[in-house]
Design a protein around this ligand. Structure first.
Ligand code: IMP
Ligand code: MG
Length: 182
């Protein structure tokens, strides 16, 4: 797809690949001897999850949850709700929540709480985020595995969209010509 907006590369395909391999190795070491249940937050995390799990050398399965905002997006409303739950029980399983980017923190907080992973007797719950934008945080969320910490920039690609576009870019970039309101 030929982007119409001007997009500046922030994280190249190679940088993503290298870092995701490192994350996979770290996770494989930390959970050695255990099986993992990976929970992706739709839709943005799908691409990252697909690459991450192939860097993890453990028995694992995965599922997705979906969060939706009441307004146009989570950034403006800060109000989010769970619209797709897990299909199966996570009792006794080691859950790793995978998110594309943590901005205000609301999406992650809700998936964590509404899912109520711990109340469902998961053996453990940890979070892996590809990108962290700490400057915009509104709620405190712990990130156990973080790919990259970035500045307050609106980024697209590698699963992340701007108005439903650019998820299929192989890199993470910044839209220069049409930065949306935050
Ligand atoms: P939070 O709930 O404010 O932490 O936002 C998390 C969600 O907002 C992410 O899962 C993305 O879907 C979206 N988001 C936040 N920042 C960006 C960005 O820079 N580009 C694209 N989507 C973003
Ligand atoms: Mg998302």
């Amino acid at each position: 797809m030929e982007p119409k907006d001007e997009i500046e590369v922030l994280l190249s395909e190679e940088q993503l690949e290298t870092r995701i391999k490192e994350l996979g190795e770290e996770i494989s070491r930390d959970y050695e001897g255990k099986a993992l249940f990976v929970v992706g937050i739709l839709k943005g995390s799908a691409i990252f999850l697909a690459d991450l799990i192939r860097s993890i050398d453990l028995p694992l399965d995965y599922d997705f949850v979906a969060i939706s905002s009441y307004g146009a997006d989570t950034r403006s409303s800060g109000v989010v709700r769970l619209v797709k739950d897990l299909d199966a029980s996570i009792e006794g399983r080691h859950v790793l929540i995978v998110e594309d980017i943590v901005d205000t923190g609301w999406t992650l907080r809700l998936s964590y709480l509404a899912e109520n992973m711990k109340a469902r007797n998961a053996a453990s719950v940890k979070v892996c985020a590809l990108l962290d934008k700490p400057s915009r945080r509104q709620v405190d969320v712990g990130i156990d595995y973080c790919g990259f910490v970035i500045d307050d920039l609106f980024v697209v690609g590698y699963g992340l969209d701007y108005n439903g576009r650019y998820r299929n870019l192989r890199y993470v970039g910044v839209v220069r010509s049409s930065r949306p309101e935050n």
